[in-house]
Design a protein around this ligand. Structure first.
Ligand code: BG6
Length: 507
């Protein structure tokens, strides 16, 4: 009898679930993501003994590599880990294989199908396959068509396809891509990946909100006055100019990662903890979200681009001076914006999103600011009393903290703010897994909870449509302000909040 991939609903959503026998096929195996993220994540799963022994990874790309070439290249990328765990690598690398494949060539697909059957026999992977499209985004649609045309997605219980970001470039292209993908596979077979959802602290937003009684009663417009979501990076564009020049921060970070954090922060409690119930609530809240001023979108968004900065010892080039970047580029490396969510819970509460490259710190966080006490009975030691805040620290220093007022020591009755914190590191003492570890395991388990459904991805694109249109039709209305590398973005982004009497949190 042939085992089929495990249904997540049957095994429940406990942490350690058993990944069924299968072959993970990576298209784009010669690319960066494979050796930087995917194979390291699989090796980690192997070391955690979460991969079955009936397992294979088949790398596919156009290069004419052999199995040994592939193993060697992956080994070079993982040299440090292998030095610590040589035996584990020896065992794991025996399950790595390679097949030269061009997805556009039908005879290659026939050869691929034959190789997969051979691997099923060799590694007892039982016809269960997860296809990972780590290829250039313009090939997502044709890649799915090619797999479906070769009959490789025909069995919804045994075949799945993982699609990297960006899923589309705007609302229209995301809709068109969804149509193609859905003609090739059932929605339950499709895993649109956003690696932020693999982060422990992003998932913790759900647990913090829905496993406690102290937060949820306050989690609404009656008690919360504003929400800030920040994803700050210290790195510049690195070697990714080719991709980044066509994307920019809005498409690269806001439409996906920040919007997913927004959805988890703002969604209603699901009726039960299962993939569809959660994704229904996320889709609903994104459908209710809109730019603070859709007609005059330039008023609620600031774009920036880093210019040269750093120190004498460590000078940093500006974005336009980075290798591969057009010296007159108007691609934004920074975005700040203001949104509202038009529903009973959030009406009138501003959500401020910001992200940027070459900022002074690497940090992602959600800051919920509560309404001030209606009456100030006490003088504040530091001037004005501060509003209570709940800060969800997504990375680094994963955890959460609450800021509240206490009596300042001394004879008077003055208040001053203090922090009460929780740190993953201190409480659990072990580093969390990389997002890809969790997400690859979930995809191989068939658990779609942490993957974006077709309606969610469309709602996320629709939210930013007025801005994308403006940038395309009249870019002068939404200029790219320069900001010096290693500063907190252009001054205009401070004005966005100053108009509401607020400031960005400076961690
Ligand atoms: C990727 C973006 O999705 O996320 C990159 O394409 C960005 O530009 C990266 O640097 C940030 O991820 P993390 O996990 O380092 O915050």
């Amino acid at each position: 009898m042939t085992a089929i991939l495990t249904n997540p609903l049957r095994v429940g959503l406990r942490q350690e679930r058993v990944i069924p026998p299968q072959c993970l096929v990576i298209f784009g195996a010669s690319g960066d993501l494979t050796h930087r993220k995917l194979v390291p994540a699989l090796f980690e799963l192997h070391r955690q003994r979460r991969l079955p022994s009936e397992f294979a990874v088949l790398g596919c790309a156009r290069r004419p590599w052999s199995d040994d070439d592939f193993r060697q290249r992956m080994g070079e990328a993982l040299a440090a880990e292998i030095a610590e765990h040589p035996t584990a690598w020896e065992h794991f690398s025996q399950g790595l294989f390679y097949e030269p494949v061009d997805l556009q060539q039908s005879d290659h697909l026939v050869r691929l199908a034959g190789r997969l059957d051979a691997l099923d026999r060799l590694r007892a992977t039982r016809g269960n396959r997860t296809f990972y499209l780590s290829v250039s985004p313009e090939f997502y649609g044709s890649g799915c068509r090619a797999l479906a045309g070769a009959g490789l997605l025909a069995d919804p219980e045994r075949s799945r396809v993982v699609i990297e970001k960006p899923f589309g470039r705007d609302y229209g292209s995301a809709q068109a891509l969804n149509k193609v993908v859905q003609a090739c596979a059932k929605e339950s077979q499709v895993f649109r990946i956003d690696h932020y959802l693999g982060k422990e602290t992003v998932q913790n937003i759900l647990v913090l909100r829905f496993a406690n009684t102290i937060f949820e009663p306050l989690w609404n417009r009656n008690y919360i006055s504003s929400i800030q979501i920040t994803a700050a990076e210290t790195v510049g564009v690195e070697e990714r100019a080719g991709y980044y020049e066509t994307a920019g921060a809005l498409r690269d970070m806001v439409q996906n990662h920040l919007t997913q954090i927004l959805a988890l922060t703002a969604m209603e409690p699901p009726g039960r903890f299962d993939p569809e119930a959660i994704r229904n609530e996320k889709a609903k809240v994104l459908q209710a979200a809109h730019l603070a001023n859709e007609e005059e979108a330039w008023k609620c968004c600031v774009r920036g681009q880093y210019s040269a900065g750093g120190t004498k010892e460590h000078p940093l080039p500006g974005y336009r001076g980075e290798p591969g970047v057009n010296p007159n580029s108007t691609t934004e490396t920074y975005v700040a914006m203001k949104l509202f969510i038009n529903n009973w819970r959030w009406q009138g509460v501003p959500f401020y999103l910001r992200t940027g490259k070459r900022l002074p710190k690497r940090l992602s966080e959600v800051v919920l600011t509560f309404r001030e006490a209606p009456v100030h009975l006490f003088d504040a030691a530091g001037g004005a009393p501060t509003a209570n805040q709940l800060i969800l620290r997504i990375q680094p220093d994963e955890g959460a903290e609450i800021k509240f007022e206490v009596k300042a020591p001394g004879s008077g009755m003055r208040s001053r703010p203090v922090d009460m914190g929780f740190s993953y590191d201190e409480s659990f003492g072990e580093p969390s897994d990389e997002g890809y570890v969790r997400l690859l395991a979930d995809a191989m388990l068939g658990d779609t909870t942490l993957f974006t459904r077709s309606d969610e991805v469309e709602a996320a694109w629709r939210l930013y449509t007025p801005l994308l249109k403006l940038i395309e039709d009249s870019p002068w209305q939404i200029p790219v302000h320069p900001y010096e590398a290693r500063t907190w973005g252009p001054g205009a982004s401070d004005n966005l909040l100053a108009e509401d009497g607020l400031i960005w949190r400076r961690p």
